[in-house]
Design a protein around this ligand. Structure first.
Ligand SMILES: [Zn+2]
Length: 330
């Protein structure tokens, strides 16, 4: 016989009574207690809504970029500048809550001591494969109505009215940014439009996050110009989402007006030190050779093919690349 499903009320109660350490570093906005657990859970709820988390098991062996970015967006919203955190803290400490269980690596044991040692994702990965939430909780989180009830419980129990309002606004931005990124993906398969003026209807925070999400994932975190791809264990990626023709002028978030570029290539491209030819080869400007302070390896990229998305339709549009070359006389 199947066990009856745990009531939603039980999880609402558990979400409302998370064990959170008090501390003087924490402000009134988090009710003077550590905010890590509820903030991680808010990020998990977003990934449930996006359909990114598709089973009760959340692996830490995969890249954690999206989870980490959402965690940081909530975190920065209410935690004073300069105070940072690793997602590994709440990811491991949630083990002490009834609905969340760390799954050890073969041959490892989860003990209070091993949890207390975890301060980075690298350390977490030496102990755990991931975490498993209650199957019933997972089902509730798949449904918008019960997911919202659980989000409400977190916001009400862990944050001040002001903190709650800020986090609610962030949750809305995250949801809109996700829709915007899907919209951009669809539009990129349609003929080019010079200006996507409707994009002006979105808040800058929604546009930035949506454009970044779709460009960075389309390029699989690889710099189109130099090919570097680095994702740290904490889920930080080396690439930015760059516009070919800047947003300020183009108002254009078309994926084909974008590229994933590492910090250095992004800067060099924006400064006109690098460009891309009509047949997608890297062009370097004379400034690079002439300037002894610019890293010489950039010159070795000259005439090499760029590394574009797997889907050829999403490569940079020649039209924008030509405009960039004209602007910088490349
Ligand atoms: Zn690069």
């Amino acid at each position: 016989m199947e066990e009856p499903m745990t009531e939603l009320e039980t999880y609402i109660r558990q979400f409302s009574s998370l064990n959170r350490a008090p501390g003087r570093v924490w402000t009134e906005s988090t009710k003077n207690r550590a905010p890590h657990k509820p903030i991680l859970l808010l990020a998990v709820l977003d990934l449930m809504a996006r359909g990114v988390i598709t089973s009760p098991f959340i692996a830490v062996t995969v890249d954690l970029v999206e989870l980490n970015e959402l965690f940081n967006l909530y975190w920065r919203r209410i935690i004073p500048l300069g105070q940072t955190s690793s997602i590994s803290f709440p990811f491991s400490r949630l083990h002490n809550e009834p609905f969340w269980e760390l799954v050890p690596l073969p041959g490892q044991k989860i003990t209070p001591a091993s949890i207390n040692n975890i301060a980075s994702v690298s350390q977490l990965r030496t102990v755990a494969l991931g975490a498993r939430m209650d199957e019933d909780l997972f089902h509730y989180l798949q449904e918008p109505a019960s997911r919202n009830a659980l989000r409400e419980a977190l916001l009400r129990s862990c944050f001040s009215e002001e903190g709650r309002a800020a986090l609610e606004e962030q949750a809305t931005i995250n949801a809109e940014a996700y829709s915007y990124s899907l919209e951009l993906e669809q539009k990129a398969h349609l003929p080019l439009v010079q200006e996507t003026l409707e994009a002006d209807a979105y808040k800058p925070a929604v546009r930035d996050q949506g454009f970044r999400r779709i460009v960075v994932t389309t390029y699989d975190h690889r710099c189109a110009l130099c090919g570097v791809r680095i994702i740290t264990p904490e889920g930080h990626t080396v690439v930015d989402a760059a516009h070919i023709i800047p947003w300020s002028r183009s108002k254009n978030d078309d994926i084909r007006n974008g590229m994933a570029l590492c910090k250095l290539c992004h800067w060099a491209f924006d400064e006109g030190m690098m460009g891309i030819s009509d047949n997608y080869n890297v062009i370097t400007s004379r400034q690079i050779a002439a300037n002894p302070n610019v890293p010489g390896f950039l010159l070795t990229l000259t005439s090499r093919s760029i590394i574009g998305p797997a889907d050829r339709d999403l490569w940079p549009a020649r039209h924008y690349l030509a405009e960039h070359r004209r602007e910088w006389r490349l």
